[in-house]
Design a protein around this ligand. Structure first.
Ligand code: AMP
Ligand code: GLY
Length: 416
């Protein structure tokens, strides 16, 4: 089987590693990939998506797996182009991927289908935004892809004004509207669901750590770590999530005629009045994928191919017992800036842990160096949360580079 994964970060490195381990005979490709990914897959160079799909046709690729979100909504959409070319794609068509690309689209979808979520309003101008805010704290969200940086939880007027200026005056994220949302409270959890039209399969729950500093302090990042376990969410809560959120989402997609084949990431807040949806993403989470995927057992490649061709077969995979913890090592200056070119030491002898490369490149002498904000995802498993946490931090201590930043409290508590 020939499989191509789109993307270049830690999530894609984890997807490809799981494919390699569970299907040793599969031939793997990545677009665009990275120096680390090139060690287990052929990295493809293509001018654009049309060129990429032409390559896949020529090469007789059996399955395209969408890692990164941007290609799903770029040009005519990765999945749409694959469909035209007759290539099975695990990732939704552009029309359905609006669930992630447009927060307003997602909020309207949630409302239309009665799926629990925060109350909201939409502002097209600074004036409308100021008028729509009736109380603090308030949550402000830029309506578009902003690499995890387009959301501000504002405790007061000053912080709200600052974000409104970023959106409407400085246009820091480009052109777009602003969502004004009721501020919810409670622990957050990410639920990953494989959806093939009206079939679904709930995967292992996880949570990520978005703030740069310990105790959830400092600015938001792309994610500084993650924890995954079946024990993260108890059975009663999971049933509630399935009944109130997953089923109505799957039915809603069908009612709206949105063809969905792919992972759906549902960001939830477990509020005192039940789980509510914070966001949808139309792909696996990053860094949650790095924590969840090493727990996958079974035939992951056939699972994805079968689902992408219309039949979801949950029995093809299962998840290991216990816990998986992922700690991100970020470069100096992240998330405001990042630094490239710092040599990384200690990448061998990992003692059962895994390291996925988020932002590295090979230097001229063949060793890896930093190349971006989030550099490495270090992941370890254990039967208990404490064991997994102990193991991952032991591995982390052996890996070093100049300016290395990390959180020391990943998975310290069941929820923070
Ligand atoms: P999002 O990209 O929409 O998931 O938002 C990023 C983060 O902002 C979430 O993980 C939450 O921590 C926080 N957040 C988003 N929406 C809300 C809300 N309505 N109430 C409280 N916090 C929120
Ligand atoms: N973990 C956050 C994301 O993948 O968007």
């Amino acid at each position: 089987m020939k499989i191509l994964v789109t993307g270049k970060g830690g999530r894609e490195h984890a997807i490809l590693t799981t494919l390699r381990e569970t299907s040793p005979n599969a031939k793997l490709y990545a677009y665009p990939g990275s120096d680390a990914i090139a060690e287990l897959a052929t990295c493809v160079d293509a001018r654009d998506l049309v060129d990429l799909v032409a390559f896949m046709q020529r090469e007789k690729i059996d399955l395209c797996v969408a890692g990164e979100e941007s290609y799903l909504v770029k040009d005519r959409g990765l999945s749409n182009l694959c469909a035209e070319a007759g290539i099975p794609c695990w990732g939704p068509v552009k029309e359905a991927a609006q669930l992630e690309a447009s927060k307003v689209f997602a909020k309207k979808f949630l409302k239309r289908h009665g799926i629990p979520s925060a109350a909201f309003g939409v502002a097209h101008t600074k004036h409308e935004a100021l008028r729509a805010i009736t109380q603090y704290p308030v949550v402000l969200k830029f309506d578009g892809l902003a690499a995890g940086k387009g959301v501000a939880v504002c405790p007061d007027e000053a912080s709200a004004l600052e974000f409104i200026d970023e959106v409407f005056t400085k246009r820091a994220f480009g052109e777009g509207d602003l969502l004004i949302e009721e501020c919810l409270t409670g622990p957050e959890v990410s639920i990953f669901v494989s959806i093939c039209e009206d079939q679904y399969h709930i995967l292992m729950p996880a949570r990520d750590y978005k703030r740069v500093g310990d105790n959830d302090l400092g600015p938001n990042t792309g994610g500084m770590g993650a924890v995954a376990s079946r024990e993260l969410v108890d059975a009663a809560m999971l049933t509630d999530i399935e009944e109130r959120i997953v089923k109505s989402t799957v039915q809603g997609l069908k009612k709206d005629g949105l063809r969905y084949r792919g992972f759906l990431y549902i960001g939830l807040m477990l509020t005192p009045v039940g789980p509510k949806v914070l966001e949808f993403n139309c792909r696996f989470g990053d860094p949650e994928a790095e924590a969840v995927l090493p727990m996958v057992r079974g035939d992951f490649a056939w699972y994805l191919l079968s689902a992408a061709t219309g039949e979801l077969k949950p029995g093809l995979i299962h998840f290991a017992e216990g816990w998986s913890v992922c700690v991100i090592l970020a470069s100096a200056g992240y998330p405001v800036t990042s630094r490239s070119g710092d040599r990384i030491a200690g990448l061998t002898g990992l003692n059962g842990a895994s390291v996925f490369h988020c932002g590295t490149r090979k230097s001229s002498d063949g060793t890896f160096e930093t190349h971006g904000g989030r550099v490495l995802a270090v992941v370890a498993q254990g039967l208990t949360r404490a064991a997994a946490r102990g193991s991952v931090y032991e591995t982390v201590h052996g890996i070093s580079f100049e300016g290395r930043q990390l959180r020391t409290d990943i998975a310290k508590l069941h929820f923070v």
